[in-house]
Design a protein. Structure first.
Length: 305
């Protein structure tokens, strides 16, 4: 997705969302009406479907792709989250060429794998996604390593039984148009990723400040804000990932916990993604709090996705 398009969609959606009617208490027992082209809600404990709309129709997923990027990294044998990775100029050049969302990682900085996961999931850094693919793929060249990593993404999808999912990208920017999933598959992927404590910790974080070593031995401070505005807006929200693209539209994979119940949901191509996510969660929890939700604003200059 481009920053200009993502920002425009986010601003437009954010303006309209607050005025969109939501379920009243008397309607709470009824299945919600959502604008999404595809949607799915499940109970995290059991995997039981609670709500669906065109659950098995394949659609582009934009940066929600990065859930699988993180999932592949976290499943690596002997993973060292404190391993240092050197940021290459190629990662920055890629972001510039694509007009992509970025963590603004600086060339020569040495950052940890853990920091890259925050950079990937909060500001939706395509530079972080590139760094992770380059680090955890195998091969003698960067292109070979990236291809290898995308292969690992597809193998993991097969292992998880995501039969309607295919990746041709490590971040959701697809040149061939072969990066797609379904609401059901994406919810299943998110449920799998949420089994990792590191993943849960990262995706529930609204803001983080991290320190990296520069190429000259100095210290650089990175401040990243989570593009997921459901965090801090809907009571109990604790994840997961936004995505916006020209063909994908606004997307959201979301999670919330109330009491001992955790729900995970997906909306794809939904101009009212936050309101619709809140309506779906209310339906699953049997509550009617979406009508009072006010979106957490993102600071000026923060990434939009």
């Amino acid at each position: 997705m481009t920053l200009r398009k993502a920002a425009a969609i986010a601003v437009t959606a954010g303006t309209v969302l607050l005025a969109t009617p939501v379920a009243s208490p008397a309607q709470a027992a009824n299945a919600p009406t959502v604008s999404a082209k595809g949607a799915y809600l499940l109970d995290n404990a059991t995997g039981t479907k609670l709500f669906s709309k065109y659950a098995d129709t394949k659609r582009p997923m934009a940066s929600t792709t990065k859930i699988m990027t993180a999932r592949v990294v976290l499943s690596q044998t002997g993973l060292d989250l404190d391993r240092k990775v050197t940021i290459r100029q190629a990662y920055r050049d890629y972001v510039t060429a694509e007009g992509a969302s970025t963590a603004d990682l600086r060339t020569g900085d040495r950052v940890t794998v853990r920091q890259l996961l925050y950079a990937l999931m909060l500001p939706s850094g395509c530079d972080a996604a590139y760094a992770l693919a380059d680090t955890f793929g195998t091969g003698d060249t960067r292109s070979a390593r990236v291809k290898s990593f995308i292969g690992k993404m597809n193998k993991k999808a097969a292992d998880l039984g995501l039969t309607n999912t295919h990746f041709d990208s490590f971040d959701g920017i697809s040149t061939a148009g072969a990066n797609h999933t379904t609401p059901r598959d994406l919810a299943k992927l998110a449920r799998s990723a949420m089994k990792y404590s590191t993943f849960r910790t990262v995706v529930k974080t609204a803001k983080t400040v991290r320190y990296a070593t520069t190429s000259t031995g100095g210290t650089r401070t990175y401040t990243w804000y989570n593009t997921n505005q459901l965090l801090g807006s809907y009571s109990g929200a604790n994840g997961i990932k936004t995505g916006t693209g020209t063909s994908a539209g606004p997307c959201l994979v979301f999670s919330a916990t109330r009491g001992d119940k955790t729900l995970i949901g997906v909306v794809l191509n939904d101009g009212y993604r936050y309101t619709d996510a809140a309506k779906m969660l209310d339906y699953g929890f049997g509550t009617s709090t979406a009508s009072t939700m006010r979106l957490r604003p993102l600071p000026t200059g923060a990434q939009r996705d």
